[in-house]
Structure formats: structure tokens, C-alpha cells
Design a protein around this ligand. Structure first.
Ligand SMILES: [Zn+2]
Length: 282
């Protein structure tokens, strides 16, 4: 199969009422783990990188080790930049080789968000790169974007119509009450708002803050049209706890390859659970 942008796989998912998992990877090991599971289950995949991760490696070095993984994958894989608030950095990742980007102007006034998103769409489209946009505030911490819980602003449907018409993004993330990181307290999601937006949005919708949602919540949102579900925190937890668990079981085994193999399996287990659920595979 091939290295693709998000468009084909998301439209197909939306039509089939399933979702494509978008997993935030942090290095070679996690990227390999996610791709291997997608291949084993024969499902398309979105490999996602946060701005912080890309900056830690540098654009060229990161694409240098990711490109062979996605090029050689046996399933369709998109490489997507998550939550970029910087127009120039977003363009640099498009130039660097990402097949998809999210420009997140959700903290800006609507007009400015539209203007910047339009600029990214105009830059990305001729290069065959897909663009995700966002409206409303998804609470929690994502990279350096911190949104306080009280500031949680659900997307306004009228603003969504204007944003979608003006920007013509390929995928859209409206805030409906999900949060980044680990949820504190009761999760309150606005399903009606999600359904309403999906009703008029030409492009597939994206669900952020997937870690911690119950199976029933995922099920309902995917049935209502969520075609891309972002999973980040669950990968971080599986990675760190996997390492810890190996060292607890083998305190004197200073064998990096065995440690990596064990950790990769821990990450794969979490990814497999999510892809099976999103693609409705038993
Ligand atoms: Zn997000």
C-alpha cells in the first residue's frame, strides 16, 4: 500500500461508520509499534507527531527515520502533524514531507483562525497534503497549548459553518467537551452538538482527547460521524509503564534490545485494542 494523506482513508471511514486511529508517536520504537499493529489488523493508519516531538528531533531527522517506515508499510499510512499553532512551522513540515497537518488556530479570534487556516490550505492542497482545522477549546495540555478547565468552550455551530465554508479544510475538530491528557472528574460530552456539526460538515470530523473515554462514548461518537480519533496519552502511558515494568521484573538485566522489545509489545497491546474497537473488528 502506500504513503497517503488523510483524505481517502477518512472519507471511507466516515462512509463505513468506523474511525481511523491517529496515534501520537514519540520515536522510532512507538512508530514501528503502531505500524506493525495496523499491518497485522490490515487497517489504515494515521501516524501523528506533536510539534514538541518534531522540534525535539528536528524536521529532517524525524522524517529521515519515519519515511522508510511509512513507505514500506503494508497498509495506507498518513503522517500527520498534530496541533500546530505556527503557520511557518506548519509549512516547514509540509515541505519536510508530512502528508497531513493540523493547523490549530482555535485560541485565536474566529477571523484570524480562518485567515491562517486558509493560508495553510492554499499551501497544502497543491502539494497533496491534507489539512485539519479546529474550533472551540479542547481543555488540558497539548504541547505548550494549555487550556484551563473553566475555559472549556464548546464549538459554536454557526461559527463552525462559517469556518468550514471559508476554509474548506479536509478534516475538522470541533470541541465538544473532550480533554487532552488524563480526565479529571466526570466526562461531559455534547453529543447533540457533534451530530449537528456532522450533519452540515462536508469533511469528516475528528475527535481529540480520546484517552480515557469509555467504549460506549467512542461507540456513540463514531456512530455520529467521528472518522478520526486521536490517541496520545494512552501511548505515553503504555511506553513509560512498559519500560518500568520490564525493569521491575528484570532489575539487573541491562539489555536495551530486550527492554525495547518488551516496551514495544506493551505499546502494541494498547494500539491493538483501539484499532480493533475503532474499526469494529472482534
Ligand atoms: Zn488534540
Amino acid at each position: 500500500m502506500s504513503y497517503v494523506n488523510m483524505n481517502g482513508i477518512l472519507i471511507k471511514a466516515r462512509n463505513n461508520k468506523v474511525a481511523v486511529g491517529a496515534f501520537n508517536i514519540v520515536n522510532y520504537l512507538t512508530a514501528k509499534a503502531v505500524v506493525e499493529v495496523a499491518e497485522e489488523l490490515d487497517q489504515p493508519l494515521i501516524l501523528q507527531t506533536s510539534v514538541k516531538t518534531v522540534k525535539a528531533f528536528g524536521i529532517d531527522e524525524m522524517i529521515g527515520f519515519l519515511k522508510p517506515i511509512v513507505d514500506n508499510a503494508k497498509v495506507d499510512v498518513a503522517l500527520h502533524l498534530d496541533h500546530s499553532t505556527d503557520v511557518e512551522f506548519t509549512k516547514a513540515c509540509i515541505d519536510g514531507g508530512w502528508s497531513s497537518v493540523m493547523y490549530d488556530g482555535s485560541q485565536l479570534p474566529l477571523k484570524e483562525n480562518i485567515k491562517n487556516t486558509q493560508e495553510i490550505v492554499a499551501y497544502a492542497r497543491p502539494r497533496n497534503v491534507s489539512v485539519e482545522g479546529e474550533l472551540g477549546a479542547i481543555v488540558g495540555v497539548e504541547d505548550d497549548i494549555f487550556v484551563k478547565e473553566g475555559d472549556s468552550a464548546h464549538a459554536n455551530p454557526n461559527d463552525c459553518r462559517v469556518f468550514l465554508n471559508e476554509t474548506d479544510v479536509d478534516a475538522f475538530a470541533p470541541a465538544i467537551g473532550t480533554a487532552h491528557g488524563v480526565y479529571k472528574g466526570e466526562i461531559k460530552l455534547d453529543y447533540d452538538l457533534f451530530e449537528e456539526i456532522n450533519g452540515f460538515a462536508k469533511c469528516p470530523l475528528v475527535l481529540h482527547g480520546g484517552t480515557g473515554l469509555s467504549d460506549a462514548m467512542f461507540h456513540r461518537l463514531i456512530a455520529l460521524g467521528a472518522a478520526k480519533v486521536n490517541i496520545s496519552t494512552a501511548i505515553k502511558i503504555a511506553y513509560c509503564q512498559g519500560m518500568r515494568s520490564f525493569m521491575e521484573i528484570n532489575p539487573d538485566k541491562n539489555d536495551p534490545l530486550k527492554l525495547d522489545a518488551y516496551t514495544k509489545e506493551a505499546v502494541k497491546k494498547v494500539v491493538e485494542k483501539h484499532i480493533r474497537f475503532f474499526s469494529r473488528i472482534d
